[in-house]
Write a protein that binds this ligand. Structure first.
Ligand code: NDP
Ligand code: OXD
Length: 308
């Protein structure tokens, strides 16, 4: 019985060592060394190979190495093969760290101080208390909830938005299209940590920005295709938005002439908010493999109808 791995090859060697040590009954193979395809029962991938059904005829489960699964074309996955996302605790730690850094960067106007330093300008701006800066989180799932809890600990009033109603201690929760307007009106810093689906693609657009308080700031750690790039530029130019921190872009890396590179109110990072780490992810994956082998439900299974 074999598991085929198709993702970052450097981390692949760490996965290989973990399988050899803790699950020697599952042979670890790294793409493109598929071996006998009839022996491959499991795929662990960032992006799946094309023609999955014909290429891997004995496939029983596809595991994503990521929390988001928008890079999988669900219509191309064989009907009986479940897709399971990654619930590595290191992803939660990374996202909480990054969201905290980005929120504090915007809250303390670091974008202004970086520019001022370049211009040899020593000028202080008034401090705003955390209690006066409202943070809104689009997406209150595994990662959004962890971020909400940490940011609330800094003293920011935190609210969140999800598809179905949620209850979280100390967090104001809104849900569905009806709750969106009220949620946005109370978000001075808006953090997007939604999955990318047909319902959320392009959600960060001019209509949404217009519903935020004037001068609000944006953090996108969901997916690049949540954002309409031109609408962000327009909102920054008009002052409707003051600044943005972007970890994800619709094209990664962006073209050399993409206006975000040089924009002094946009901070860009190359999709590094969080990264799956084999050592912390392995127990989670192995638990799911054993669950599958015992015929029990796996944790993190994607609902094909919802798309996440
Ligand atoms: P979850 O599936 O646990 O949570 C998703 C949340 O989004 C849920 O609260 C869900 O609502 C809400 N949601 C989904 N669709 C809608 C909608 N149409 N309207 C309103 N709310 C909606 O996902 P995670 O928290 O684990 O991950 C979120 C995303 O973070 C990933 O999909 C990925 O894109 C991104 N990510 C980015 C990383 C990076 O490095 N930048 C690293 C890891 C993840 P409900 O609660 O009702 O289901
Ligand atoms: C993820 C990611 O979804 O790394 O896990 O973006």
């Amino acid at each position: 019985m074999a598991l085929l791995y198709k993702a970052d090859p450097v981390r692949g060697e760490r996965w290989r060592a973990l399988f050899a040590r803790h699950a020697p009954d599952i042979e670890f193979r790294q793409w493109p060394d598929v071996g006998d395809p009839a022996e491959v029962r499991y795929l662990l991938a960032w992006e799946p190979p094309s023609d999955l059904a014909t290429r891997l005829p004995a496939l029983e489960v596809v595991f994503a190495t990521s929390a988001g699964v928008d890079q999988f074309d669900l219509s191309q996955l064989p009907a009986g093969v479940p897709l399971v996302r990654m619930l590595d605790p290191a992803l939660e730690t990374g996202m909480v760290e990054y969201a905290s850094f980005a929120t504090l960067w915007l809250h303390r106007r670091l974008y202004d101080y970086v520019r001022q330093q370049r211009e040899c300008q020593w000028q202080a701006h008034p401090l705003v208390a955390a209690e006066q800066r409202r943070v809104g989180i689009l997406g209150l799932g595994q990662l959004g909830q962890a971020i909400a809890t940490r940011l609330s600990g800094y003293g920011f009033p935190v609210s969140g938005w999800s598809r179905s109603p949620r209850q979280l201690p100390g967090i104001t929760c809104h849900a569905g299209p009806d709750g969106l307007k009220r949620f946005l009106a109370s978000s001075d810093i808006l953090i997007c940590v939604l999955p990318l689906t047909d319902a959320t693609r392009g959600i960060l657009d001019r209509d949404l920005f217009a519903l935020l308080p004037a001068g609000a700031a944006l953090v996108n750690i969901g997916r690049g295709e949540h954002l309409v790039d031109d609408d962000l530029l327009e909102a920054l130019a008009s002052g409707q938005l003051s600044a943005a921190v972007m970890d994800v872009l619709s094209q990664e890396p962006p073209a050399p002439d993409h206006p975000f590179w040089q924009h002094e109110r946009i901070l860009l990072t190359p999709h590094v908010a969080a990264m799956t780490q084999p050592e912390s992810a392995f127990p989670v994956l192995l638990d799911n493999l054993r669950r599958h082998q015992r015929g029990e439900p796996m944790v993190g299974r994607i609902d094909r109808q919802r798309g996440y």
